[in-house]
Design a protein around this ligand. Structure first.
Ligand code: IMP
Ligand code: MG
Length: 183
C-alpha cells in the first residue's frame, strides 16, 4: 500500500509496515500478558501523549484486570525526523502514584530519551514499580539505556506513521503502521 503526500518540499511516500489485523492480534496478546503479570497489582496506566492514543485505546480494552489511567504529554521531537536532546513533560497524574505499579504506554520508543525523562519525573512520587509498554520499538536507535518490558513490534530504524504516530502532526489516524520511504 502506498500513500503519497504533497509537501512544500516535494513528495514523500509511505509504505505498509504492519497491517491492522496484525496489530490487532499482537495487541490482544499484549493485553493478555499484562493482565497476567499485573493480576492483583491494580496498575496505573500512564499514556504518553499524543502517540499512545490509538494503541492505548486498543490495549486497555484487552486488559481484563482493574486499572486506572492517566496521561502525560512529552515531546523530544520538534518537527521532522531527528531527535533532539531536550524532553519536556507536561501535565501528569492526579492519581497519587506512591506505592502504585505504573505502566507507561508509548507508541514508539526511539532514542529512549522521552521515556527516561518520564521515568525520572514519575520516580519522584516513589511508585512501587515502573515498566514500559510500547507498540513499536527501535532498539538500534537508543542513545540512553532503558529497559522496555513489553514491545509490540520492532520498527528497525524506520520513521513510522499511523496508529497514533505522526509525521509533523499528520497521519495519526491511519489504521495501520506505515514507514516513510525516502524518494
Ligand atoms: P525518543 O525520545 O527518541 O525515544 O522518541 C520518542 C518520541 O519521538 C515518541 O513519543 C514519538 O513522539 C517520537 N518518535 C520517535 N520515532 C518516531 C517515528 O518513527 N514516528 C513518529 N514519531 C516518532
Ligand atoms: Mg511526533
Amino acid at each position: 500500500m502506498n500513500i503519497s503526500k504533497e509537501k512544500s518540499t516535494g513528495k514523500q511516500k509511505f509504505e505498509l509496515l504492519y497491517a491492522q489485523d496484525v496489530l490487532d492480534r499482537r495487541i490482544k496478546e499484549m493485553g493478555r500478558i499484562i493482565s497476567r503479570d499485573y493480576a492483583e497489582k491494580d496498575p496505573v496506566i500512564i499514556g504518553v501523549l499524543k502517540g499512545c492514543v490509538v494503541f492505548l485505546a486498543d490495549l486497555i480494552r484487552n486488559i481484563s484486570i482493574p486499572i486506572e489511567m492517566e496521561f502525560i504529554l512529552a515531546s523530544s521531537y520538534a518537527e521532522g525526523h531527528t531527535s533532539n536532546n531536550h524532553v519536556s513533560t507536561y501535565g501528569g497524574a492526579e492519581i497519587p502514584l506512591t506505592d502504585r505499579h505504573i505502566i507507561i504506554v508509548e507508541g514508539v520508543v526511539d532514542s529512549g530519551q522521552t521515556v527516561v525523562a518520564i521515568i525520572d519525573h514519575l520516580k519522584k512520587q516513589n511508585p512501587a514499580s515502573i515498566e514500559i509498554v510500547t507498540l513499536l520499538d527501535k532498539p538500534s536507535c537508543r542513545t540512553v539505556d532503558v529497559d522496555v518490558k513489553y514491545v509490540g513490534f520492532d520498527a528497525g530504524e524506520n520513521f513510522v506513521i499511523g496508529f497514533g504516530l505522526d509525521d509533523s502532526q499528520r497521519y495519526r489516524n491511519l489504521p495501520f503502521i506505515g514507514k516513510v520511504v525516502n524518494n
